[in-house]
Design a protein around this ligand. Structure first.
Ligand SMILES: NC(=O)c1ccc[n+]([C@@H]2O[C@H](COP(=O)([O-])OP(=O)(O)OC[C@H]3O[C@@H](n4cnc5c(N)ncnc54)[C@H](OP(=O)(O)O)[C@@H]3O)[C@@H](O)[C@H]2O)c1
Length: 339
């Protein structure tokens, strides 16, 4: 076994959209596990939009990554040495390994995975993003058959799960996605009733007109993944007592995307007049329900009743480009890196 590992660190804080020079690939000696710890050879790394926020030095619900520190992230891998009770060499585990080929973590921060599981599934459809959709709908969407739901980033791991659960609950589901290939994926692979290409509509007004055609009775649940133009298009279409689980605002993660107009009065007035329920959602508040999620969704994934899609970049060194691409919508489904 090689005695060195590779990791990707934050070289500098991005200005706007991240670029490859914001990251650095480094070698380091493989650390040894101390008492209660486990050494893992990471096979798959998850790339998620939240990592963009961790690259900035701002106060948030989780600490930012320091300059020179390993980029944060969830990985899956095999235990290669263990000094923690309950973990043995060869076990398949997941935890916050960071962007690295190897990681030492306390056993208490790891979750064992079933041996036969395709490892990357624990990062997407059966991991944090799938769970976010499942728990957010359950807690904040109050789904009712016959209603209409709209979601953007609809072919990603969160949006595609939102669409499938809502459809199974009897709602009309509208996907908003970037490009022709993704709108086809949304309807053909993920079963949305309709799909709209947000990139084909220059502004919120044009996008809204396309939405009106697909949602003639208005929108009852808008699952918020992106903010920006999509939010502005959907908001006036919300029905009275509509619900908005606020999960993400990716169009703003690298700085404001807009023309400088203050839309806060429009937003606030809509909330009042339509009596909207907007609920901020951070998945970490709900881990107590994760086993329930797995028991519900796991068998459906294994039986092919829940569709998923993965975009697998090859090699740790490919992680920065894949991450930058995902923020720009180049990913097709859950973005992972095979290390
Ligand atoms: N609150 C939480 O606890 C929590 C947990 C997990 C995820 N999230 C959030 O959920 C959202 C989706 O996450 P995911 O992992 O499923 O990501 P994802 O869909 O795999 O990837 C992000 C997608 O966002 C879309 N996008 C990027 N810029 C956009 C823009 N300006 N306008 C519209 N769409 C844009 C792109 O899809 P298109 O090409 O289709 O536009 C891109 O593929 C993100 O906002 C993420 O931060 C929140």
């Amino acid at each position: 076994m090689s005695s060195t590992m590779q990791r990707i660190t934050l070289a500098r804080r991005p200005s706007g959209q991240p670029v490859p020079e914001d990251f650095a690939l480094q070698s380091a000696p493989i650390p040894s596990p101390g008492e209660g710890e486990v050494l893992i050879a990471v096979s798959h790394l998850s790339l998620d939009p939240y990592m963009r926020g961790r690259m900035d030095d701002v106060k948030s619900y989780a600490p930012s990554v320091g300059i020179g520190e390993t980029m944060t992230g969830q990985g899956v891998g095999r235990v290669i040495a263990s000094k923690a009770d309950g973990f043995a060499e060869g076990d398949l585990v997941t935890g916050i390994t960071g962007w690295a080929s190897h990681a030492v973590l306390p056993g208490s921060e790891l979750r064992k995975l079933p041996d036969g599981l395709q490892p990357s599934l624990a990062l997407g459809v059966l991991g944090m993003p799938g769970f976010t959709a499942w728990v957010g709908l359950r807690k904040y969407a109050d789904l009712k058959a016959g209603e209409t739901l709209a979601v953007a980033a609809a072919t990603g791991p969160v949006g595609s799960m939102v669409g499938q659960i809502a459809k199974a609950a009897g709602l009309r589901t509208i996907a908003i996605a970037g490009g022709d290939e993704k709108t086809k994926l949304a309807t053909n692979h993920f079963g949305f009733d309709a799909a709209i290409d947000h990139r084909a509509h220059a502004d919120a007004r044009a996008l809204r007109a396309a939405l009106v055609e697909q949602a003639p009775d208005g929108v009852d649940v808008y699952w918020e993944n992106v903010g920006g133009k999509v939010l502005e298009a959907v908001l006036p279409l919300m029905n009275v007592h509509g619900r908005i689980p606020l999960c993400g605002t990716i169009s703003w993660y690298s700085g404001l995307d807009g023309d400088g107009t203050d839309r806060l009065p429009m937003l606030w007035r809509s909330v009042l007049v339509k009596r909207l329920r907007i609920s901020g959602l951070i998945v970490f508040d709900h881990w107590d329900l994760f086993d329930e999620f797995l028991a519900d969704i796991g068998p459906k994934v294994m039986a092919g009743k829940i569709a998923y899609l993965e975009d697998v970049a090859q090699g740790l060194e490919a992680a920065p480009e894949a991450f930058i691409g995902m923020l720009q919508g180049k990913n097709r489904g859950k973005q992972v890196v095979a290390i």
